[in-house]
Design a protein around this ligand. Structure first.
Ligand code: HEC
Ligand code: HEC
Length: 245
């Protein structure tokens, strides 16, 4: 699978070094020169016009994206510089909802000193611990602005067992349709329900097991849902979601 070359933060600098560009045209201009990540944001801005970008409270500004991109170098070995992780044990972050990514980075941290984190991972717990609130927000905005390269997975249409679970849930096991929350196309419903489309199947399987076993405590519906599924059903639906685009 082709991988976008890493583009140093230097390339994205526009205007005076360190200057925080104002909203509107300056943001648009600096976003347009972006690579696999900001290019996507610029498409959205171009479609709505600079005025819309200025009005949107949620649109990250260029300084935020630049900061996120610089920090993302320390994530690149596992998640890829553009959020397209090269191995199935590492989740793809590209194109995922920013609010979701920020929330997960918080969940990798202990709620109180000494307490276990809601989401336990020997790798991510210490990394998340070292990030400030601003770092988490800017990293989330940066990876959300990247373009997802879907996993090389069998076409979702060729997986009828997984498709049935996705669209209709599992009768008799009180498992609801995944599509109800994660969307018919798997792109999720921001900011509550994450996108699963094009994610590595192996990663999705590992998370369904983590919800079931409680090493990932979402304080939401996923523990019950995953607990009611067999290993085979978990694999079938994960393969299906991975093949959605
Ligand atoms: C050494 C490898 C490694 C590095 C470096 C790393 N991660 Fe991770 N990351 C992982 C693994 C493994 C997981 C899956 C953890 C789990 O099973 O819950 C993960 C999960 C995540 C998730 C959850 C994604 C989801 O879909 O729920 C986020 C967000 C994340 N990492 C962000 C980051 C950020 C930001 C950095 C850099 C500051 C970073 N990671 C650095 C290995 C890494
Ligand atoms: C009632 C709503 C709801 C339904 C139905 C639902 N989910 Fe979820 N799912 C969520 C929420 C909320 C999260 C985020 C959990 C968190 O923040 O830890 C989530 C997260 C996930 C994740 C973790 C994604 C990541 O990037 O780490 C996977 C995998 C997942 N769901 C799979 C499924 C599958 C498969 C089904 C169907 C069998 C399903 N979900 C049905 C609400 C739902």
């Amino acid at each position: 699978m082709p991988h976008a070359p890493y583009l140093p933060a230097q390339r994205f600098r526009s205007g005076a070094p360190g200057a925080r560009p104002g909203p509107g045209r300056a943001v648009l201009r600096s976003l347009v020169v972006g690579g696999a990540c900001w290019a996507l944001a610029s498409v959205a801005l171009a479609a709505n016009g600079p005025a819309a970008a200025t009005l949107s409270a949620q649109a990250p500004d260029a300084a935020q994206l630049r900061h996120g991109q610089a920090l993302a170098r320390s994530c690149a070995a596992c998640h890829g510089a553009d959020g397209n992780a090269s191995g199935p044990q590492f989740p793809k972050l590209a194109g995922q909802d920013a609010a979701y990514l920020e929330r997960e980075l918080e969940r990798f941290r202990p709620a109180r000193p000494g307490a276990p984190a809601a989401r336990r991972s020997p790798v991510m717990n210490p990394i998340a611990q070292g990030l400030s609130e601003q770092d988490r927000r800017d990293l989330a905005a940066y990876f959300a602005s990247c373009k997802l390269k879907p996993a090389l997975a069998p076409q979702a249409a060729d997986l009828p067992a997984g498709a049935r679970i996705w669209r209709g849930g599992i009768l008799g096991r009180r498992v609801p349709a995944c599509a109800a929350c994660h969307g018919a196309d798997g792109h999720g419903i921001p900011p509550l329900y994450p996108s699963l489309a094009g994610q590595w199947s192996e990663y999705l399987v590992s998370q369904l097991r983590a919800f079931r076993d409680g090493t990932r405590n979402d304080q939401g519906p996923m523990h019950d849902i995953a607990s009611r599924m067999t290993e085979t059903q978990i694999r079938e639906v994960a393969d299906f979601a991975s093949g959605l685009h």
